[in-house]
Ligand binder design. Structure first.
Ligand SMILES: [Zn+2]
Ligand SMILES: [Zn+2]
Length: 337
């Protein structure tokens, strides 16, 4: 059961009986305003003591409980820093030292370790990929556009990994915003590309077929060259219930509706679920747009196959959910059932 503890302006969300910590909200801090020549140095030192070293000490106290439990230790996970530009720089340094993160060049913000071994990579403002540490190299879930390939290669390098460590690319479905970069990334890394059999033919065609969307508007959109990709073949197909070998525990869950072969992936060791486009997290949680779905009426039954006893949720589009955020995901799916 979630417990909220309030102490000295900090809020800790977690389970008191187990010592588990889900979220730390640090509201302790103050500012000194005015021209720099008017600010007494003692006052400036006090501010630094509270804003920087106070935050550092809180992080020291809380982090072991996060890491021991779920390893979430990031702005989107265990610790949150609702801060203005001024204090953000020192907190960024805290993240760099205390947390496992990597820079997301398009935003310049650290990107969280969603769970131990599961890294969220924001490949654009709204599109995500996920890198998973496995027992046989790395696995990437979704690739995004061709433009994302450089970012993904750079991210692996910044994490201290050789891109050749990427052994498999799992595509949640064959839509251009998820697959377009896959052939180039495969060429750079030698990774094998996996997809559900029901979407495999779309990859080979380099486009969503004319009957692959339910709406006339989307079918018109699919005629445009911009909606196509370089045709390529998957190296293997996956099926419902399969545990992907070497991936570190990714279980395939077939969730048709958005596309016939859409899959979600459950990272069993951490109970982190990657839902692709079965559920969107835009301003609110919702199913992907009906316009772009192969079978809109099947979206709910497809998504209902996603387990809800999870600790973190990664979306194809929108910010991941961790801690109390997972409650909203559970409530969304429960409401549809
Ligand atoms: Zn899609
Ligand atoms: Zn998408």
């Amino acid at each position: 059961m979630a417990t909220k503890l309030v102490a000295l302006g900090c809020i800790v969300y977690g389970a008191a009986e187990t010592g588990r910590v889900d979220v730390l909200v640090n509201n302790v801090g103050h500012g000194t305003y005015g021209a720099v020549e008017d600010v007494p140095m003692d006052e400036a030192r006090r501010r630094r003591e509270v804003n920087v070293f106070g935050a550092a000490r809180l992080t020291q106290l809380v982090l072991p409980h996060c890491v021991a439990d779920r390893g979430r230790s990031s702005p989107a996970g265990c610790t949150a820093w609702p801060s203005t530009r001024g204090p953000h720089a020192p907190t960024h340094r805290l993240h760099r030292t205390a947390l496992v993160t990597h820079p997301a060049p398009h935003r310049g913000e650290p990107v969280p370790l969603l769970a131990p071994g599961v890294i969220h990579i924001a490949i654009s403002k709204t599109n995500n990929a996920y890198l998973i540490e496995g027992d046989d190299g790395l696995t990437l879930v979704d690739v995004g556009s061709g433009k994302a390939v450089d970012l993904l290669l750079r991210t692996m390098t910044e994490l201290g990994r050789d891109p050749a460590d990427l052994n498999r690319i799992v595509l949640t479905h064959a839509h251009p915003d998820h697959v377009r970069g896959a052939p180039a990334l495969r060429e750079h890394t030698g990774a094998r590309v996996l997809i559900h059999a029901a979407d495999a033919a779309w990859l080979s065609d380099g486009r969503v077929p004319s009957d692959g969307r339910s709406s006339p508007a989307a079918r018109w959109f699919d005629q445009l060259p911009a909606a196509h990709w370089t045709p390529f073949k998957a190296d293997a197909t996956v099926e419902d219930g399969e545990l992907i070998a070497g991936s570190g525990g990714l279980r395939v869950i077939h969730t048709p509706g958005h596309s016939p072969g859409h899959i979600a992936l459950l990272h069993e060791p951490t109970r982190t679920v990657l839902v692709g486009d079965a559920v969107f997290h835009a301003r609110l949680l919702g199913y992907g747009p009906a316009t772009f779905a192969a079978e809109p009426a099947a979206r709910a039954s497809g998504a209902a196959r996603i387990p809800t006893d999870v600790t973190a949720v990664g979306f194809g589009h929108g910010a991941p959910l961790t801690g109390p955020g997972v409650d909203a995901f559970q409530a969304f799916l429960a409401k549809q059932r």
